[in-house]
Design a protein around this ligand. Structure first.
Ligand code: PEP
Ligand code: MG
Length: 571
């Protein structure tokens, strides 16, 4: 029997498949002096041509499985390869300096990357630098004859193994074949974990040893408990297959609630919304019977593109989501770049503490062109549904007022141009303790709050949400957190405003009874969690849960509250 290891459960379900390692190979080499210039130049041609063959295949596969937009980035890479100036410069370098092909490729591409990256205020040039960096890796892999992982080309069932997954890696995954995810680093609220939940791929993160697993070994990933097993015995496989089937049977039960309202046992109505990152997440939202989109993370539009998305590109995405929700509320959050969300084509200044740095609304208020483009796209889309807009990472009233003033200016401009617009509600994310503390002041000026517990917990506990060593400080039931949340809900209601939550805590079955007791209006979560939450809600009475919430607010520790909920709900 193989040993069972423990990581952090990040996305529900069980996967059993062979390991596929998404790890960059060693591309180091030695500089050499060569005699045969022509032979070395021929190696360059061969590597370029092999890279071009790879990318053509990847591009076709990506277009088929993921859509034309996702495939575009590979088109840009093919254009780099086809550029005669680049091959010319490399060959010239070989002839002039008598160096091996690897060294010549490195010298020339480093020069271009450095030159483009130095143009920090030109997003187009930043994109080209990122493209050249990616393509160079591929050329090197052919020169050195080592295989580069190609996640877009996976065509058999696998458990994907990586140190961490970037959102753009995750965007390339094909659910049909990627059955599970195992990573070395990350916590439950890291964006890779959130994406895995949206895609409904079972995942365990923060394992510390995933990338040591040899490629091709069978692994079991239990996203329900955080357990994983390397090279399991037949008995272990049978045991986990049974657990996986049980989970699927539970899901089938919950599925019956798809078209029902979200009501408590005593008949009080709540809203259960879905969190999305792109229009392509909409099938899951509709299949799981969401009553709204409570969080549309628009930064993924920026991250999955190879350029800053234009007003028209954004308009199309927002309109699609609004139309598909057919009059149900759609809360769109303006771009939240920064922290762990980076853009390949627009390098932000390196910071010591990116989570406490230049991000989200701070960038939007500073680089207003980008913000205004987004607001115009949103306002134009507002004619097609029930749009709510919210601003991320608001710390001060001044930030909200400034954002609202820019919004109002753009709205007036569009009205002057005769553009059709719908009514829009304006709100803020509450994810910084400073805003939670003076929620009463904000409540007088906003239409709604959405509590972002992923960051709120991180900032309150001073613990980076992606650091697996600090995972124990992700304490959603800690009374310190619960008091902040309760303060926000009460402040909203005192002004007749709407209180939502879109952090991962909203979909947590242990937190839900307390939040119900506090009177939270909307619970927004990854779509696959919705029906389980609706099923749980039906069993709880708001009066009993209000009692529970009171006790929780007066408790001392996270564990004490957890035990309290479990004993109350299971009683
Ligand atoms: C949050 O912080 O809780 C949140 C919903 O935003 P994100 O996870 O995108 O930072
Ligand atoms: Mg956040």
């Amino acid at each position: 029997m193989a040993e069972t290891f423990k990581g952090i459960a990040a996305s529900n379900g069980i996967a059993i498949a062979k390991a596929y390692l998404l790890v960059d190979p060693d591309l180091s080499f030695e500089q050499q002096t060569i005699d045969d210039v022509a032979a070395e130049q021929a190696r360059v041609d061969a590597a370029f041509s092999a890279s071009s063959d790879d990318l053509t295949k990847i591009k076709e596969k990506a277009a088929q499985n993921l859509g034309e937009t996702e495939a575009q980035v590979f088109e840009a890479h093919l254009m780099v390869l086809a550029d005669p100036e680049l091959t010319g410069a490399i060959k010239q370098n070989i002839a002039d300096n008598k160096v091996n092909a690897e060294q010549a490729v490195k010298d020339v591409t480093d020069m271009y990357i450095g030159m483009f990256e130095a143009m920090t205020d030109n997003a187009y040039m930043q994109e080209r630098a990122a493209d050249i960096r990616d393509v160079t890796k591929r050329i090197m892999s052919h020169l050195l004859n080592v295989a580069l992982p190609n996640p877009a080309l996976i065509d058999e069932e696998v458990v994907l193994i990586a140190r961490d997954l970037t959102p753009s890696d995750t965007a390339q995954l094909d659910r049909q074949f990627v059955k599970g995810i195992l990573t070395d680093v990350g916590g439950r609220t890291a964006h890779s974990a959130i994406m895995a939940r949206t895609l409904e791929i079972p995942a365990v993160v923060g394992t510390n040893k995933a990338t040591q697993i040899p490629a091709g070994t069978t692994v079991i990933v239990d996203g329900l408990t955080g357990d994983f097993i390397i090279d399991p015995s037949a008995d272990q496989i049978a045991e986990y297959q049974a657990a996986g089937d049980k989970y699927l049977a539970e899901r089938a039960e919950w599925a019956k609630l798809k078209d029902e309202a979200s009501v408590s046992a005593d008949g009080k109505e709540f809203v259960i919304g879905a969190n999305i990152g792109a229009p392509k997440d909409m099938p899951g939202v509709l299949e799981n019977g969401a009553e709204g989109v409570g969080l549309y993370r628009t930064e993924f539009l920026y991250m999955e593109s190879d350029h800053l998305p234009t007003e028209d590109e954004q308009f199309e995405s927002y309109k699609t989501v609004l139309e598909q929700m057919n009059g149900k509320p759609v809360t769109v959050r303006t771009m939240d770049i920064g922290g762990d969300k980076e853009l390949s084509y627009w390098k932000l200044p390196k910071e010591e503490n990116p989570f406490l740095g230049y991000r989200a609304i701070r960038i939007s208020l500073d680089q207003q062109d980008i913000f205004r483009t987004q607001l115009r796209a949103l306002l134009r889309a507002s004619a097609y549904g029930n749009l709510w807009i919210m601003f991320p990472m608001i710390a001060t009233l001044g930030e909200f007022r400034q954002a609202k003033a820019i919004y109002t200016e753009e709205r007036e401009k569009l009205a002057g141009e005769g553009v059709d617009m719908g009514e829009v509600k304006l709100g803020i994310m509450i994810e910084i303790p400073a805003a939670a503390m003076i929620a009463d002041k904000f409540a007088k000026e906003v239409d709604f709050f959405s509590i972002g517990t992923n960051d709120l917990i991180g900032y309150t506990m001073a613990a980076d949400r992606g650091n697996d060593k600090l995972a124990y400080l992700y304490q959603p039931y800690n009374p310190a957190i619960l008091r902040l949340i309760n303060n926000v809900i009460d402040a909203a209601h005192a002004e007749g405003k709407f209180a939502a939550m879109c952090g991962e805590m909203a979909g947590d079955p242990v937190a839900l009874p307390i939040l119900l007791g506090m009177g939270l209006d909307e619970f927004s979560m990854s779509a696959p969690s919705i029906l389980q939450a609706r099923s749980l809600m039906k069993k709880l009475s708001t009066a009993d849960m209000a009692e529970l919430a009171k006790k929780a607010l007066d408790a001392e520790t996270n564990d004490e509250v957890k035990a309290l909920v479990e004993s109350t709900v299971n009683a």
